[in-house]
Design a protein around this ligand. Structure first.
Ligand code: HEC
Ligand code: HEC
Length: 233
């Protein structure tokens, strides 16, 4: 009897293994938003312009934010902006100042707003006080990473000029890798800390950056951010 039970279980084992791996896949699939197959965003920038008056209070005129805690949006890829807005809407995090801003936006509003900001010219808000040594260290980390500390080169994904992924022109997916050139240093450093500390992880791309940011200490984040913030157009 005992033998029979065991052999029945043994015969069931492969099936059980398949079932449990299926459960795992199902969980993993609903666990985060998969952005690997996004399509291009074709919004109407003129229609978007009618919706952005409220945004300029924080993100500045045409998305050129002057306050360093608020990200520059001008010239950012439309696909990145659109999916960022959808993310704020989906998460509805009460602690985020973005939650009330996106609450009443329709899907086409978000497409149009994305088209508007991506077409706006980016004016680097050049901070007068970037330390040259700090910026040099940051540039080296951005270009080469630091293998000994497990920091990958940023340029492979964000472009050697920090103006987006080298394959951006080919596929919408790569337009989800944001432009970092001329972005505020404080914002970049804060974002890197959020990825590192696992505060953002609900999309496939946030998971990529979470992995990247694991070994980035605050001093390294500060130097990379300093270099990026002073890059002109
Ligand atoms: C009260 C200030 C405030 C207003 C008004 C505001 N935002 Fe924001 N926005 C923020 C802050 C702060 C962040 C950074 C949030 C974070 O890191 O989670 C942000 C982030 C964003 C991002 C993500 C940028 C990136 O690089 O990831 C987008 C896109 C955005 N806002 C669009 C908008 C739009 C469109 C509007 C108007 C409909 C708007 N914001 C209004 C404060 C504001
Ligand atoms: C393997 C590809 C990859 C590498 C390498 C990479 N990134 Fe990213 N990065 C991404 C993706 C994808 C996103 C978009 C994440 C999201 O949607 O939340 C991103 C987002 C960011 C953001 C958020 C920008 C914003 O506007 O909110 C910052 C800052 C950033 N990366 C900095 C860096 C730095 C610094 C490095 C190098 C240490 C680096 N990244 C290396 C893929 C990468």
């Amino acid at each position: 009897m005992k033998m029979t039970m065991n052999s029945r279980l043994a015969r069931l084992a492969p099936l059980l293994a398949v079932l449990s791996s299926m459960t795992f896949v199902a969980n993993a699939a609903t666990d985060f938003v998969d952005l690997r197959h996004v399509t291009a965003i074709h919004g109407d920038a003129a229609a978007g312009e009618t919706k952005v008056t409220v945004c300029s209070a924080c993100h500045g005129t045409q998305g050129n934010a002057v306050v360093p805690q608020f990200p520059v949006l001008a010239g950012q890829r439309a696909e990145y902006i659109y999916h960022a807005l959808r993310g704020f809407q989906r998460r509805a995090d009460p602690a985020s100042p973005m939650t009330p801003q996106v609450k009443d936006l329709s899907d086409s509003d978000m497409r149009n707003i994305a088209a508007y900001f991506s077409a706006a010219a980016r004016h680097a808000a050049v901070p007068a006080t970037v330390d040259a040594q700090l910026a040099n260290d940051g540039e080296r980390l951005f270009r080469e990473g630091d293998a000994a500390r497990g920091i990958p080169p940023c340029q492979g994904c964000h472009g050697v000029r920090a103006d987006g992924h080298p394959l951006s022109d080919r596929t919408a997916f790569y337009r989800l890798f944001p432009l970092l050139r001329g972005q505020h240093a404080d914002y970049i450093a804060a974002r890197l800390a959020s990825y590192r500390d696992d505060k953002i992880h609900d999309t496939s791309n946030a998971r990529i950056m979470r992995g990247v940011a694991q070994n980035i200490d605050d001093a390294s984040a500060k130097s990379i951010a300093a270099w990026l913030s002073q890059l002109g157009e």
